[in-house]
Design a protein around this ligand. Structure first.
Ligand code: SR1
Ligand code: MG
Length: 393
């Protein structure tokens, strides 16, 4: 393909990704490059370009104009690539190496060229194999505290905050979450997918008006509370890890929303591990507890260092933390349910080969999800949340 043709949007191929890498002069002139498309997510193309002689690599991610998981019948804005590159750069300014470095981005081509993370493993895949990642909760707790605090009104000048709200307005991707997390799983919607054996559990859920009312309140919070710049899709498939490092990727769902959303999604995705792998339960529960503890301690530290008059008002920090905690639990409940019976499932549950065990694990996720949603305001501490999870798994 001619290099000049890369000026207008078209999906890259392994060949044209190499042409792009050459054009961007990321590698030495004349060097031999290889490329493989390695995307395994729901939405994008991901190319791994490697210099044969040195093994040095880059990742080129490109948004497709539709949702890959469904096909061309579900059109989706490529504007998300601009959001993702912008969020990666901003988050990196608050968390350093917990987020990959962006070398280049082009909103018209919907591409982000970034640091090669191919030596690391996607956390979900590693956890399913039984790998342990001792740093995971410390790093994610820090990521959450720094990104959420430093993009909030508690840290930013109000003009800057409103500039960011505009820059990260992300209606189409938010709509996916509004539908797939907060609406469809709680009604008889065509997008839902679940095994026949779960029909009765699902029917009971659809008839549970207490749950539905509480989910409506959580959805309202997601729709209206622009507290901080969220990652927006912080599940264990959006995190690369090894024994010593953690990298948060894929913030294409980033937008200004409620602080508890990212925390809740991460916790729920750990719950899938606790439920599907009894032998790893203690390790996973420790990660859930530590994530909250690191988040709340670090967030509080930033808060205390602030010079804003309101941050000195007695009880204000405690109010913000309590609200974020309760929201996190409710959002975790929604994620537990939507990943079990909604459109986008998780490998943690799907890979349980024994059918009886798989159904049992999914039933646990539905029951626990309901309880997290309904009881979120009665759970007083992270220890209380751990006990509740323990009583189900
Ligand atoms: C159509 S997209 C389905 C899911 O994949 C993404 O990772 C988000 O979690 C979204 O809900
Ligand atoms: Mg993603």
């Amino acid at each position: 393909m001619a290099i000049t043709k890369l000026n207008t949007y078209q999906p890259l191929t392994e060949q044209s990704a190499i042409v792009l890498a050459i054009r961007l002069r990321i590698f030495e002139d004349g060097t031999l490059l290889t490329c493989k498309e390695i995307g395994d997510g729901n939405l994008n193309l991901v190319f791994h370009v490697v210099e044969s002689e040195t093994g040095k690599g880059i990742i080129i991610k490109q948004a497709l104009p539709y949702a890959k998981v469904v096909g061309e019948s579900w059109p989706l804005t490529i504007e998300r690539a601009r959001i993702e590159a912008g969020a990666l750069k901003l988050q990196r300014s608050f968390v350093g190496d917990l987020v990959p470095e962006v070398y280049y981005s082009d909103p018209a081509l919907a591409i982000t060229v970034m640091e090669d993370l191919s030596a690391l493993t996607i956390a979900r895949a590693g956890l399913i194999k039984g790998e342990k990642y001792p740093q995971l909760s410390q790093d994610i707790g820090t990521f959450l505290a720094n990104t959420l605090y430093f993009t909030s009104d508690y840290a930013l000048h109000p003009f800057k905050k409103k500039e960011y709200v505009k820059e990260f307005s992300n209606p189409e991707l938010c709509k996916i979450t509004e539908d797939l997390v907060f609406t469809d799983p709680f009604f008889n919607s065509e997008t839902n997918e679940f095994e026949e054996e779960l029909s009765q559990d699902v029917q009971k859920l659809w008839e549970d008006f207490t749950v539905k009312l509480e989910v409506a309140k959580l959805k309202k919070s997601f729709l209206t509370e622009g507290e901080a710049l969220l990652h927006g899709d912080l599940h264990t498939g959006s995190i690369f890890v090894d024994q010593n490092q953690t990298k948060v990727i894929d913030p294409e769902f980033a937008f200004y929303g409620p602080i508890g959303f990212d925390i809740g999604q991460f916790i729920a995705n750990l719950i899938f591990q606790a439920v599907s792998k009894p032998e790893e339960k203690d390790t996973i529960l420790h990660h859930i507890q530590n994530t909250w503890n690191v988040f709340s301690t670090t967030f509080s530290k930033h808060w205390m260092e602030s010079r804003d008059a309101y941050t000195k008002v007695n009880g204000y920090l405690e109010y913000v933390l309590e609200k974020s905690f309760q929201d996190s639990i409710g959002f975790a409940g929604c994620e537990c349910i939507r990943r079990t019976i909604g459109l986008a499932h998780v490998e943690d549950l799907e890979s349980i080969a024994d059918q009886e065990q798989r159904i049992k694990a999914k039933r646990t996720c539905i029951a626990l999800g309901k309880e997290l949603i309904v009881k979120r305001k009665q759970i007083q501490s992270i220890e209380g949340l751990i006990s509740l999870i323990q009583s189900h798994s």
